[in-house]
Design a binder for this molecule. Structure first.
Ligand code: NAD
Ligand code: DAU
Length: 354
C-alpha cells in the first residue's frame, strides 16, 4: 500500500510525511517541484529510508503524474502542493494561477483516469484529499460567527482566489465524475520547518538577527492559529474516516491579533535567548505599510470535524508556540540555509532593507 503526497517538501507537507512515517510503514511517494518553498533538508531524517520515495516534479506535469500513479498504485493522493504566500501572490499572481488552479486541474485529470481504471475494493477505497485554506471564505467582522463549511466563498487575494478555484474544481470532479474527494480548509499553521517569509518564523528569525519586526498596519488583524502537527493529525483523520465529497474545516479555536502573536514570540525569546544588551525584543517592533486588501479576521468553526470524526488538537497555543520558538533556537543551521540566496532577494523586494 502507498499514498501519493504532493508538496511534501514544504512546511505542512514535510511535517505530514514525517508524522506519517513515524506512525506507519506505508510507502509515501512525495511529488514536489522544489520551488523556493520546497526544502529536502526538512526530510533529511528520511535519507536512506525506503518508505519515502521523493520525485522532483510539477503537479501540472500530466505525464509524470500518470506514470507515478500507474507505477505505485496509491490508495490515496493528498494534495498539499501550492504557491502559499499571500504577499508573493500580490507581487506576482501568475505562479499561483499555474500551480494552484492549472496544476490542481491537471492532477485531478490524471487521478480521474487512474481511479477510473481501478476495480473493486481498490476503487471503493481510493481517496483524493485536497488541502485548502480558511482564506477562501474571505474576511470576518469582529462579531461575526466563525467560518463553517457552508460559509459563502469570498476570496480576496490572488492566493485565496486561486485556492478557491482549486476547491471548486475538486468539488466538481466529485459531483460530475464521482471522484471520491475530501477537502480540508484549515486556519493558519505554525511550527517546525515554517519558511521565514510567514509571520511567526519571520519574527523569530528577525528578532534573533537584530532586525526590525515588521508589523503590517495596526497589527490588529486576527488569525486563528493551529500547531502544524495538529493539522497533520486532522488530515489523517479525515483521510481515514471522512465522508466522501465532504468538506471539513480545521482550526484550533485560537484567534489572536498579530500584535499579540509578535509580543508572545518576543517574550519567549526574552526568556529562552535574551538579547546580549538585556533589552526586550519587542523594542525591535516596527509598523510598516499594510498588506493591500488585507483580510481583517479569520476564525474557523471546527465543530463538524470534532463531532463527526472526534478530532481534537493536542497542543494549546501556549504549548505550541513555546515548542516552535525552541525548535528555531535549536535549528539555527536550518535557518541559516533557508535565509540565504533567493530568500534575501524576496526580503529586499518586499520589505526594502527591513
Ligand atoms: P509551502 O509553500 O511551505 O509548501 C508548498 C510546497 O509545494 C513546496 O514544497 C513547493 O516546492 C511545492 N510546490 C509548489 N508548486 C508546486 C508544483 N507546481 N508542483 C509540485 N510541487 C509544488 O506551503 P504550506 O504552508 O506547506 O502549505 C501547504 C498547503 O496547505 C497549501 O495548499 C496551502 O494552501 C495549504 N494551507 C496552508 C496553511 C498555512 O498556514 N501554511 C493553512 C491552510 C492551508
Ligand atoms: O489562513 C490560512 C493561511 O495562512 C494559509 O492559507 C496561507 O498559505 C498562509 O501563508 C497563511 O496566510 P496569512 O497571510 O494569514 O499568513 P502570514 O504569515 O503571511 O501573515 C499572518 C498575518 O501577519 C497576516 O495578517 C499578515 C501579518 N504579517 C505578515 C508578515 C509576513 C505582518 O504583520 N508582517 C509580516 O511581515
Amino acid at each position: 500500500m502507498s499514498i501519493l503526497v504532493t508538496g511534501g517538501a514544504g512546511f505542512i507537507g514535510s511535517n505530514f510525511v514525517l508524522d506519517w512515517l513515524a506512525q506507519s510503514d506505508e510507502l509515501v511517494i512525495n511529488l514536489d517541484k522544489l520551488t523556493y518553498a520546497g526544502n529536502l533538508e526538512n526530510l533529511q531524517s528520511l535519507d536512506c529510508d525506503h518508505r519515502h520515495v521523493f520525485v522532483q516534479g510539477d503537479i501540472g506535469d500530466s505525464e509524470l503524474a500518470a506514470n507515478l500513479l500507474a507505477k505505485h498504485q496509491p490508495r490515496a493522493v493528498i494534495n498539499f502542493a501550492a504557491e502559499s504566500h499571500v504577499d508573493r501572490s500580490i507581487h506576482g499572481p501568475e505562479d499561483f494561477i499555474q500551480t494552484n488552479i492549472v496544476g490542481t486541474f491537471r492532477l485531478l485529470e490524471a487521478v480521474r483516469a487512474y481511479w477510473g481504471d481501478l476495480q473493486g475494493e481498490a476503487k471503493q477505497a481510493f481517496r483524493f484529499l485536497h488541502v485548502s485554506t480558511d482564506e477562501v471564505y474571505g474576511s470576518l467582522g469582529k462579531e461575526d460567527p466563525a467560518f463553517t463549511e457552508t460559509y459563502r466563498y469570498e476570496p480576496n487575494s490572488p492566493y485565496s482566489a486561486s485556492k478557491a478555484a482549486s476547491d471548486h474544481l475538486v468539488r466538481a470532479y466529485h459531483h460530475t465524475y464521482g471522484l471520491p474527494v475530501l477537502t480540508t480548509n484549515c486556519s493558519n499553521n505554525y511550527g517546525p520547518y515554517h519558511f521565514p517569509e510567514k509571520l511567526i518564523p519571520l519574527m523569530i528569525v528577525n528578532a534573533l538577527a537584530g532586525k526590525p519586526l515588521p508589523v503590517y498596519g495596526d497589527g490588529q488583524q486576527i488569525r486563528d492559529w493551529l500547531y502544524v502537527k495538529d493539522h497533520c493529525s486532522a488530515i489523517r483523520r479525515v483521510l481515514d474516516a471522512g465522508r466522501v465529497g465532504e468538506v471539513y474545516n480545521v482550526g484550533g479555536w485560537n484567534e489572536k491579533p498579530n500584535l499579540e502573536i509578535v509580543h508572545t514570540v518576543c517574550a519567549l525569546l526574552d526568556e529562552l535567548s535574551p538579547r546580549v544588551d538585556g533589552k526586550p525584543y519587542k523594542e525591535q517592533i516596527t509598523y510598516v505599510a499594510d498588506r493591500p486588501g488585507h483580510d481583517r479576521r479569520y476564525a474557523i468553526d471546527a465543530r463538524k470535524l470534532e463531532s463527526e470524526l472526534a478530532w481534537k488538537p493536542a497542543e494549546t497555543f501556549e504549548t505550541g508556540i513555546r515548542r516552535t520558538v525552541q525548535w528555531y533556537l535549536e535549528n539555527q543551521a536550518w535557518v541559516k540555509n533557508v535565509t540565504s540566496g533567493a530568500y534575501k532577494q524576496w526580503v529586499g523586494k518586499h520589505y526594502g532593507d527591513a
